[in-house]
Ligand binder design. Structure first.
Ligand SMILES: C[S@@+](CC[C@H](N)C(=O)[O-])C[C@H]1O[C@@H](n2cnc3c(N)ncnc32)[C@H](O)[C@@H]1O
Length: 274
């Protein structure tokens, strides 16, 4: 038995965000949607379900979707992709025509830890010239989360997850009980609200795309659509990093893994060059 309102909520998050809410996630509804019920004055999930079937309106649809997206993230998460990028950055930069910046996209960036981790690698690789060498874009479907990423302020708990103490001291300044990204690092990253279900081609082409720990929430056709869009958005020598539990296998032949590099992909015909 699923919760009352489950079918309506599941249909909504699938349509808006591509997120598949299976029956075994029914238990999530009560805890995640409690604040939404309160904010909109609904007595229970059944009332929410009825409202979603009738005339929900943009504000309610957005609030329900935001409540059911998982924003778990940490600095240098899974470390391996960042080690790989550290080695790749100088090579990618050397291949760029003079005056052109490397473009890096953190798609589904959550609260920004991934984008700021990339920025720290860029600062390390290019020093004071980082802003002339690289442009980092972080995007996420959630407006609230993008606002937090833009603010660049993290709790003690958040900086203790994955951030080496030397990096904390170099790139952050204490702000009361929290830590604020220093302006030089903040200047390397821009954040925008974007839904990966929409055509993101207008963002231009990227040398590096991080799309990690979001495909896992999508159904198979959505995974394929997003991966093929990213294949079109990768520059010639570009690479795509997926999360540890994600792959292109069985989803698209437009991307292929780099030899002996788990989780790193390039456009199929060009993988030998990367
Ligand atoms: C688990 S976090 C992953 C954050 C980061 N990439 C990482 O690996 O640490 C997943 C993020 O995907 C976002 N998301 C979910 N569906 C999305 C969609 N359709 N378009 C863009 N972002 C989406 C969520 O808002 C959430 O912040």
């Amino acid at each position: 038995m699923t919760e009352p309102g489950f079918a309506e909520v599941a249909a909504l998050v699938r349509r808006r965000a591509g997120i598949v809410l299976t029956d075994d996630k029914s238990y999530l509804l009560e805890t995640r949607l409690g604040p939404v019920l309160q904010r909109f004055g609904f007595a229970n999930l059944r009332v929410l379900g009825e409202k979603l079937r009738a005339a929900p309106g943009e504000a309610l649809e957005r609030a329900v979707t935001e409540a059911l997206t998982t924003h778990e993230s940490s600095f240098f998460r899974d470390s391996r992709p960042f080690e790989h990028l550290r080695g790749l950055l100088p090579r990618l930069a050397a291949a760029k025509p003079p005056g052109e910046r490397l473009r890096i996209w953190s798609a589904a960036c959550s609260t920004g830890q991934e984008a700021y981790s990339i920025a720290m690698l860029a600062a390390e690789a290019f020093g004071a010239g980082a802003a002339r060498s690289v442009e980092i874009l972080g995007t996420d479907i959630s407006g609230e989360i993008v606002a937090r990423a833009r603010e660049g302020v993290f709790s003690q708990f958040e900086v203790q997850r994955g951030l080496p103490i030397r990096a904390l001291m170099t790139y952050f300044q204490q702000d009361g009980a929290r830590w604020r990204v220093k302006p030089e690092l903040r200047a390397l990253v821009r954040f925008e609200e974007r839904n990966l279900l929409a055509d993101c081609g207008g963002l231009g082409r990227f040398d590096v795309i991080f799309c990690r720990n979001v495909l896992i929430y999508f159904d198979t056709p959505t995974k394929t659509r997003v991966l093929e869009m990213m294949a079109r958005m990768l520059a010639g020598q570009g690479v795509l990093y997926l999360g540890a539990a994600e792959t292109v296998v069985g989803l698209t032949s437009r991307l292929a893994p780099l030899p002996s590099e788990r989780g790193v992909y390039a456009v199929a015909a060009q993988r030998a060059a990367a």
